[in-house]
Design a binder for this molecule. Structure first.
Ligand SMILES: Cc1cc2nc3c(=O)[nH]c(=O)nc-3n(C[C@H](O)[C@H](O)[C@H](O)COP(=O)(O)OP(=O)(O)OC[C@H]3O[C@@H](n4cnc5c(N)ncnc54)[C@H](O)[C@@H]3O)c2cc1C
Length: 598
């Protein structure tokens, strides 16, 4: 059976020793009183919920899956899911970082970020039920009318009602401009909505009293394409004026997808048959509101893979210490045993350290992003809000795609550590691999994230935001450039910082001649940018570790951190050289291949 121990020490290290989040909060009146102790105490309890309540349901949920009653259209989630959700709601976990105006606890988003990392490690499929609700909450909080907010947000804050995002249709996934679902205005200001959505996560279930679907649809006079899409709230049950539940609305589950992983989460085909909804935001501006949800979900999906990387790593590490096979190349290490534990073998260590470096680097990026999100919403200074929002928008596709590509690779490597035992079900490793795969696909495939990063977020503003990130790197290089002990981290980072400017300009120029050049380079580009970001955080983490060791701190945590930083810069970061080379191969080698693909 797999194990999971919440990585509280590492979370504390990133939050308090590297990023000093409490100091950031002091400039935000609503969080000025939140100190490290409060955050740590909440997260300790959160870790118990994740490891003790939902982790034990991970394998059973995967085996049992969800079932649909085709006559009632009701979905039964795996045994134990509903009870665990009740515990989650009663524990107040749904409300942790929500707005106190709607019953939330108003804690900083970083606390929610860490709660969700742990829940994703423990049980990604279960975590998607409350996870989707946060995105829907954010979209309504930003774009809902006061009446919509008053009706829906308190129940979504408490967790009594969950949310979904209904974008995808059978013929339209990436290209939402092809959408066909129709919304007809009614005399009372509501809309009658008709269409078919597929692949809707948590689209139907038995865990909450009501499901609030956020549905994209077209008005009769909508312009074609993405500029003619509007957003609607379509509740499973109508909500009466007094807030109680009314009749069943015409939105139901017509089928459940049979899929590779996340079996405990209901991926629903949703039939919308004249359902009544209300519009969120302006007509034909639905994507604007939906983007609030999509951006939250993109960070959330990165976090799913961070959670899986951590749990896969923990299990592979324990196994590698226990499993004995062959002798070390440099002579027996466990002389009292017939063979050595496999952790003595260099390549087993490579796989373990890869997962560890990806998990800890990903955690630093995810926590940093949650602080940016907090500042973008709550900082009193408008310029800080704007800058934070810009930086977050640059880092969002990186968080989504880099963490999920890394997460899948890490889960596969951790499975490999188990040899054949990783391939059979008993150890739980193959489930981590299966669950990790979807994260690279949904919420905009990783290719789409790469195009978003390179096309919109970098070239779209002439690299202005990337340069701002470059300034952070430059400041660290200035600070530590003469420190010999930091040279192994700072030198490669400084070199990449310089290379990426030229690399970006080059692609930008080629793209002006031929737009396929951008498409051909984008995926490689995102990984290069991902390493720039990871390199920056790994250098900062090494900086803190070195400082503590120099000050006489003997906590082995710092030695481990330093060794992992060394591994990262020596074995993973150099991938950037190959990536820049393959990106420079350009589009011709792809686009002149009609004969090859005939
Ligand atoms: C388990 C699961 C859960 C999901 N949950 C939800 C949900 O809750 N709500 C929801 O609305 N949707 C959901 N989805 C849908 C998901 O977001 C889409 O599957 C995804 O966005 C891709 O769309 P598609 O499957 O139609 O693929 P397509 O759009 O058909 O893409 C096929 C391939 O073409 C590539 N491609 C497409 N356009 C381009 C381009 N311009 N440049 C380069 N490559 C391109 C894609 O990257 C992909 O590799 C879910 C899907 C699954 C499988």
């Amino acid at each position: 059976m797999p194990v999971y121990n919440p990585p509280l020490r590492d979370m504390q290290f990133v939050m308090h020793e590297v990023l000093n989040v409490s100091a950031e909060f002091q400039s935000m009146p609503q969080h000025a009183e939140v100190d490290a102790e409060t955050i740590n105490a909440v997260l300790e309890e959160a870790g118990k919920f994740a490891s003790q309540v939902i982790f034990p349901l991970n394998i059973s949920g995967d085996t049992e899956g969800c079932t649909l009653d085709k006559t009632t259209h009701e979905v039964k989630t795996p045994t134990g899911f509903k009870a665990a959700y009740k515990t989650y709601v009663e524990g107040g976990w749904a409300a942790l970082s929500c707005d106190p105006a709607y019953g939330g606890q108003g804690l900083p988003l970083v606390v929610n970020q860490c709660l969700y990392e742990m829940m994703n490690s423990a049980n990604q499929a279960w975590t998607m039920y409350p996870g989707l609700t946060h995105g829907a909450y954010a979209a309504l909080h930003t774009y809902g009318t006061d009446a919509q907010k008053d009706t829906y947000l308190p129940k979504m804050t408490s967790g009594e009602w969950t949310g979904t995002m209904c974008l995808t249709e059978p013929h339209c996934g990436t290209d939402l401009g092809l959408m066909r679902t129709k919304a007809e205005p009614l005399a009372d200001g509501t809309y009658k909505i008709t269409g078919n959505k597929i692949f809707i996560s948590a689209g139907e279930h038995d865990m909450a009293d009501n499901i609030i679907h956020l549905v994209l649809a077209r008005l009769p006079d909508a312009p074609p394409g993405i500029k003619g899409v509007s957003l609607f709230i379509v509740p499973k049950f109508h909500v009466k004026a007094d807030g109680s539940l009314g009749e069943r609305n015409g939105i139901y589950c017509g089928g459940l997808e049979h899929k590779m992983g996340i079996h405990g989460n209901a991926t629903a085909q949703i039939v919308i048959d004249g359902a009544i909804g209300t519009m969120v935001g302006q007509p034909n501006k639905g994507m604007q509101a939906m983007f609030v949800m999509m951006n939250a979900a993109r960070l959330g999906v990165g976090n799913q893979s961070l959670g899986l990387t951590e749990v896969a790593y923990q299990n592979a590490l324990a196994y590698a210490k226990d499993r004995i096979q062959m002798r070390s190349l440099t002579g027996p290490k466990a002389k009292d045993k017939p063979a050595d534990p496999i952790i003595v073998h260099p390549d087993v260590r490579r796989m373990l350290l890869t997962a560890k470096a990806y998990a800890e680097g990903g955690r630093a990026l995810a926590i940093y992003s949650s602080v940016l999100l907090e500042k973008a919403h709550n900082h009193p200074d408008e310029k800080v809000r704007k800058d934070s929002d810009e930086m977050l928008s640059l880092l969002t596709p990186i968080t989504k795609a880099f963490l999920t590509d890394n997460g899948y690779n890490a889960a596969t490597m951790c499975q490999q550590v188990f040899g054949g035992h990783g391939y059979i079900k008993e150890w739980g490793m193959e489930q981590f691999v299966r669950d990790a795969r979807i994260n690279m696909i949904y919420e905009g495939t990783n290719t789409i994230q790469s195009l978003d990063l390179l096309g919109r977020k970098v070239l779209g503003n002439n690299g202005a935001t990337l340069k701002k990130f470059g300034k952070l790197v430059g400041a660290l290089v200035m600070e530590e450039g003469v420190n010999e002990k930091m040279a192994e981290f700072i030198n490669p980072l400084a070199v990449l910082g310089e290379q990426i400017t030229k690399f970006t300009t080059e692609i930008g120029f080629k793209g002006l001649q031929n737009a396929d050049e951008v498409g051909a380079a984008a995926v490689d580009y995102l990984r290069v940018a991902g390493h720039l970001v990871f390199g920056y955080f790994w250098a900062r983490m090494a900086q803190v570790a070195l400082r503590e060791i120099a000050a006489g701190n003997t906590d082995p945590f710092y030695v481990a951190k330093l060794q992992t930083a060394r591994f990262y810069f020596a074995k993973l970061f150099p991938e950037t050289a190959t990536l820049m080379r393959t990106a420079r191969a350009g589009s011709k080698v792809l686009m002149d291949t009609d004969a090859a693909l005939a």
